[in-house]
Write a protein that binds this ligand. Structure first.
Ligand code: CP
Length: 309
């Protein structure tokens, strides 16, 4: 299905999934498939700056693992308390220093637009590892890779997004990308956590086929993939609003009896109570596979941006 062409992303920033064409995405997924079981030492002369202004387990560690598997070096921080930002140094000055120490910047920040700001300041490529509730494009590539690998295709599938569609940046990025591949989307959210209108507008402009409901069971039989998200407590302005929706949905083994036998249950993780641990040992579990695929996909992103594939 996929074809090889010249690297279209050498020295480019990856800030939003919308910056990537369908061909760019196909190129990256193709490189990830090549690199999944293969660790060529192709970035031994490269240093990657890993700047995490917000907590992370998977994104930070899978980027670290990807760099090391390809023979590169990582510098950076995962706690701004240990940096001169605590002394009042500006974001701009921080990026101006780091661009002189590294070849690529990987950045996660709680504020929307921070990755784009870093890219505007920096002369080296910037990869967005999640900016507030805005975008998480490398997670989207991991998700696309996982769906393609598990289902054998993207075109024609029906993907349901369940949960916090308002603040869930992985949903915002992935919905747009799935639209490029002719996927049908069903948004399933409790009241108050629906997909924001600005993202629906983008889908309308691209003629993406989607529907919305708050009734999961009414659409269960139509889904090839159920993409579950955590309610993003840290993004609520007040705790009362969070408490109103917390725990409003849980996928467990009994509930899965209502779905197609081969439904793929995905989650970007971390999960709280939205997927019960009794799903972990079922054939439907896809979330740990996603976390594992992250290394191959991030190897592909780094090798591509650095022009080594
Ligand atoms: N999926 C994801 O972004 O996980 P982390 O927050 O642990 O990086």
């Amino acid at each position: 299905m996929f074809f090889t062409k010249k690297n279209p992303l050498k020295w480019r920033d990856i800030i939003s999934i919308n910056d990537l064409s369908k061909d760019d995405i196909i190129y990256l997924l193709q490189q990830a498939a090549k690199l999944e079981r293969y660790n060529p030492r192709i970035i031994t002369d490269k240093v990657i700056a890993s700047l995490f202004f917000e907590p992370s387990t998977r994104t930070r560690l899978s980027f670290d693992a990807a760099v090391k598997r390809l023979g590169g070096q990582v510098i950076g921080f995962d706690n701004i308390e240990t940096t001169s930002l605590k002394k009042g140094e500006s974001f701009k000055d921080t990026i101006k220093m780091i661009e002189q120490y590294a070849d690529v910047i990987v950045i996660r920040h709680p504020k929307e637009g921070s990755a784009q700001l870093a890219a505007d300041i920096s002369h080296i490529p910037v990869i967005n590892a999640g900016d507030g509730s805005n975008q998480h494009p490398t997670q989207t590539l991991v998700d696309l890779y996982t769906i393609k690998k598990e289902k054998g295709k993207l075109e024609g599938l029906t993907v349901g997004f369940l949960g916090d569609l308002k603040f869930g940046r992985t949903v915002h990025s992935l919905a747009n990308a799935l639209g490029l591949f002719g996927v049908n989307i069903v948004f399933i959210a409790p009241k108050g956590l629906e997909m924001p209108t600005e993202y629906l507008k983008e889908l309308n402009e691209k003629n993406v086929n989607y529907s919305q409901t708050s009734d999961l069971l009414s659409v269960a039989q139509s889904l090839d993939v159920l993409y579950v998200t955590r309610i993003q407590e840290e993004r609520f302005k007040n705790r009362k609003d969070y408490k109103r929706v917390a725990g409003s949905y849980t996928i467990n083994k009994d509930l899965l009896a209502n779905f197609r036998q081969d439904v793929l249950v995905m989650h970007p993780l971390p999960r709280l109570e939205e997927i019960n641990q009794d799903v972990d040992d079922t054939q439907n579990q896809g979330y740990f596979k996603q976390a594992g695929n992250a290394v191959a996909v991030r190897k592909a992103i780094l090798a591509t941006v650095l022009g080594r594939v």
